[in-house]
Design a protein around this ligand. Structure first.
Ligand code: URA
Ligand code: SF4
Length: 188
Protein backbone atom coordinates (compact mmCIF):
# COMPACT_ATOMS: atom_id res chain seq x y z
CA UNK A 1 0.00 0.00 0.00
CA UNK A 2 3.04 2.19 0.18
CA UNK A 3 2.76 3.57 -3.38
CA UNK A 4 -0.92 4.40 -2.94
CA UNK A 5 -0.17 6.19 0.32
CA UNK A 6 2.71 8.09 -1.30
CA UNK A 7 0.40 9.14 -4.13
CA UNK A 8 -2.18 10.29 -1.57
CA UNK A 9 0.52 12.24 0.27
CA UNK A 10 1.58 14.03 -2.91
CA UNK A 11 -2.03 15.07 -3.57
CA UNK A 12 -2.61 16.17 0.03
CA UNK A 13 0.52 18.32 0.17
CA UNK A 14 -1.04 20.81 -2.24
CA UNK A 15 -4.56 20.73 -0.73
CA UNK A 16 -6.39 24.06 -0.49
CA UNK A 17 -9.83 22.70 0.43
CA UNK A 18 -10.21 24.86 3.54
CA UNK A 19 -9.05 28.20 4.89
CA UNK A 20 -6.17 26.72 6.90
CA UNK A 21 -4.22 26.47 3.64
CA UNK A 22 -3.68 30.25 3.80
CA UNK A 23 -1.82 30.28 7.13
CA UNK A 24 0.02 26.94 7.27
CA UNK A 25 3.74 26.53 6.60
CA UNK A 26 3.10 23.08 5.13
CA UNK A 27 0.58 20.23 5.17
CA UNK A 28 1.38 17.69 7.90
CA UNK A 29 0.15 14.57 6.15
CA UNK A 30 1.25 11.89 8.62
CA UNK A 31 4.24 9.71 9.30
CA UNK A 32 5.10 6.11 9.90
CA UNK A 33 4.92 2.66 8.36
CA UNK A 34 2.26 2.35 5.66
CA UNK A 35 1.52 -1.21 6.84
CA UNK A 36 1.41 -0.40 10.53
CA UNK A 37 -1.04 -2.33 12.71
CA UNK A 38 -1.63 0.85 14.75
CA UNK A 39 -2.86 4.22 13.52
CA UNK A 40 -2.80 7.08 16.04
CA UNK A 41 -5.16 9.98 15.31
CA UNK A 42 -4.57 13.39 16.93
CA UNK A 43 -6.24 16.76 16.52
CA UNK A 44 -4.17 19.22 14.48
CA UNK A 45 -0.54 20.16 13.94
CA UNK A 46 0.96 22.63 16.40
CA UNK A 47 3.77 25.06 15.79
CA UNK A 48 6.58 22.50 15.77
CA UNK A 49 4.62 20.11 13.56
CA UNK A 50 3.82 22.94 11.12
CA UNK A 51 7.53 23.73 10.96
CA UNK A 52 8.85 20.15 10.69
CA UNK A 53 6.09 18.61 8.58
CA UNK A 54 5.76 15.69 11.01
CA UNK A 55 2.89 15.05 13.46
CA UNK A 56 3.45 14.83 17.21
CA UNK A 57 7.06 15.98 17.42
CA UNK A 58 6.52 18.55 20.21
CA UNK A 59 6.25 17.98 23.94
CA UNK A 60 2.92 16.15 23.92
CA UNK A 61 4.09 14.09 20.96
CA UNK A 62 7.16 12.96 22.84
CA UNK A 63 4.98 11.80 25.73
CA UNK A 64 2.65 10.00 23.33
CA UNK A 65 5.46 8.24 21.49
CA UNK A 66 7.16 7.20 24.74
CA UNK A 67 4.04 5.66 26.31
CA UNK A 68 3.08 3.95 23.03
CA UNK A 69 6.57 2.42 22.83
CA UNK A 70 6.39 1.25 26.45
CA UNK A 71 2.88 -0.19 26.25
CA UNK A 72 2.80 -1.63 22.71
CA UNK A 73 6.44 -2.14 21.75
CA UNK A 74 5.87 -0.01 18.63
CA UNK A 75 8.67 2.52 18.40
CA UNK A 76 8.26 5.87 16.59
CA UNK A 77 7.73 5.06 12.93
CA UNK A 78 6.41 1.55 13.65
CA UNK A 79 3.02 3.21 14.02
CA UNK A 80 1.27 5.49 11.56
CA UNK A 81 0.52 8.89 13.10
CA UNK A 82 -1.97 11.41 11.68
CA UNK A 83 -4.20 14.31 12.68
CA UNK A 84 -7.88 15.09 12.05
CA UNK A 85 -6.85 18.28 10.26
CA UNK A 86 -3.56 18.32 8.39
CA UNK A 87 -2.82 22.05 8.62
CA UNK A 88 -2.10 24.11 11.73
CA UNK A 89 -4.95 26.33 12.94
CA UNK A 90 -3.64 29.87 13.62
CA UNK A 91 -2.62 30.37 17.28
CA UNK A 92 -3.50 26.71 17.89
CA UNK A 93 -7.22 27.47 18.04
CA UNK A 94 -9.65 24.55 17.79
CA UNK A 95 -10.31 23.31 14.26
CA UNK A 96 -13.71 24.50 12.98
CA UNK A 97 -16.40 22.05 11.88
CA UNK A 98 -16.01 23.17 8.24
CA UNK A 99 -12.26 22.51 8.40
CA UNK A 100 -12.75 19.09 9.96
CA UNK A 101 -15.30 18.22 7.27
CA UNK A 102 -13.06 19.48 4.45
CA UNK A 103 -10.13 17.43 5.71
CA UNK A 104 -12.07 14.25 6.48
CA UNK A 105 -11.53 12.55 3.07
CA UNK A 106 -7.74 12.53 3.62
CA UNK A 107 -8.16 10.78 6.97
CA UNK A 108 -10.65 8.28 5.60
CA UNK A 109 -8.31 7.39 2.74
CA UNK A 110 -5.35 7.05 5.10
CA UNK A 111 -7.32 4.66 7.31
CA UNK A 112 -8.48 2.66 4.31
CA UNK A 113 -4.96 2.33 2.88
CA UNK A 114 -3.14 1.52 6.12
CA UNK A 115 -5.99 -0.71 7.27
CA UNK A 116 -4.75 -1.06 10.86
CA UNK A 117 -5.78 -3.56 13.52
CA UNK A 118 -6.16 -0.83 16.12
CA UNK A 119 -6.95 2.89 15.88
CA UNK A 120 -5.93 4.99 18.91
CA UNK A 121 -7.77 8.33 18.97
CA UNK A 122 -6.28 10.90 21.34
CA UNK A 123 -8.53 13.66 22.64
CA UNK A 124 -12.09 14.82 21.96
CA UNK A 125 -11.72 15.81 18.32
CA UNK A 126 -10.49 12.52 16.92
CA UNK A 127 -12.56 10.36 19.29
CA UNK A 128 -15.86 12.15 18.66
CA UNK A 129 -15.28 12.29 14.92
CA UNK A 130 -14.47 8.63 14.39
CA UNK A 131 -17.04 7.33 16.88
CA UNK A 132 -19.65 9.75 15.48
CA UNK A 133 -20.71 10.87 18.94
CA UNK A 134 -20.90 14.09 20.95
CA UNK A 135 -19.90 12.27 24.12
CA UNK A 136 -16.76 13.55 25.82
CA UNK A 137 -13.50 11.67 26.08
CA UNK A 138 -13.70 11.12 29.85
CA UNK A 139 -16.84 9.03 29.28
CA UNK A 140 -15.68 7.37 26.07
CA UNK A 141 -12.28 6.21 27.25
CA UNK A 142 -11.35 3.05 29.14
CA UNK A 143 -12.70 0.55 26.61
CA UNK A 144 -12.52 -0.30 22.91
CA UNK A 145 -15.12 0.04 20.17
CA UNK A 146 -15.85 -1.71 16.91
CA UNK A 147 -14.53 0.34 13.99
CA UNK A 148 -15.03 -1.40 10.67
CA UNK A 149 -12.58 -4.31 10.66
CA UNK A 150 -10.49 -2.63 13.40
CA UNK A 151 -10.89 -1.85 17.10
CA UNK A 152 -10.88 1.77 18.18
CA UNK A 153 -9.45 2.86 21.53
CA UNK A 154 -10.22 6.46 22.57
CA UNK A 155 -8.00 8.13 25.13
CA UNK A 156 -6.97 11.49 26.54
CA UNK A 157 -4.93 13.88 24.46
CA UNK A 158 -1.28 13.81 25.62
CA UNK A 159 -1.43 17.62 26.07
CA UNK A 160 -4.20 17.02 28.63
CA UNK A 161 -2.09 14.30 30.23
CA UNK A 162 0.78 16.79 30.62
CA UNK A 163 -1.61 19.14 32.45
CA UNK A 164 -3.52 16.45 34.31
CA UNK A 165 -0.95 14.93 36.65
CA UNK A 166 -0.64 11.37 37.88
CA UNK A 167 -4.27 10.32 37.54
CA UNK A 168 -4.45 11.47 33.91
CA UNK A 169 -1.20 9.63 33.20
CA UNK A 170 -2.60 6.49 34.81
CA UNK A 171 -5.74 6.58 32.63
CA UNK A 172 -3.71 7.35 29.49
CA UNK A 173 -1.35 4.45 30.18
CA UNK A 174 -4.28 2.14 30.83
CA UNK A 175 -5.85 2.96 27.45
CA UNK A 176 -2.61 2.71 25.47
CA UNK A 177 -2.03 -0.61 27.27
CA UNK A 178 -5.45 -1.77 26.08
CA UNK A 179 -4.40 -0.90 22.53
CA UNK A 180 -1.26 -2.99 23.11
CA UNK A 181 -3.32 -5.95 24.29
CA UNK A 182 -5.59 -5.71 21.26
CA UNK A 183 -2.53 -5.61 18.98
CA UNK A 184 -1.09 -8.74 20.55
CA UNK A 185 -4.42 -10.53 20.52
CA UNK A 186 -4.52 -10.60 24.33
CA UNK A 187 -7.81 -8.65 24.49
CA UNK A 188 -10.93 -8.85 22.35
N1 URA B 1 -1.26 17.77 18.99
C1 URA B 1 -1.93 17.07 18.06
O1 URA B 1 -3.10 16.76 18.21
N2 URA B 1 -1.27 16.70 16.95
C2 URA B 1 0.01 16.99 16.74
O2 URA B 1 0.53 16.61 15.70
C3 URA B 1 0.70 17.74 17.72
C4 URA B 1 0.05 18.12 18.83
FE1 SF4 C 1 -6.70 20.69 2.98
FE2 SF4 C 1 -7.01 19.63 5.39
FE3 SF4 C 1 -5.16 21.50 5.02
FE4 SF4 C 1 -7.73 22.17 4.97
S1 SF4 C 1 -6.61 21.34 6.76
S2 SF4 C 1 -6.18 22.80 3.48
S3 SF4 C 1 -8.68 20.35 4.03
S4 SF4 C 1 -5.19 19.45 4.10
Amino acid sequence: MSEALDALRVRALSCTSCGLAATRTQVVFGSGRPDSPLVIVGEAPGEQEDRSGRPFVGRSGQLLRRVVAEETGLVDDDCFVVNVVKCRPPDNRDPRPAEVAACRPWLDEQLALVSPTVVLTVGNFASRLLLATREGITRLRGRSYEFGSARLVPTLHPAAVLRGGASAMERFRHDVGLAGQLLSGAAA
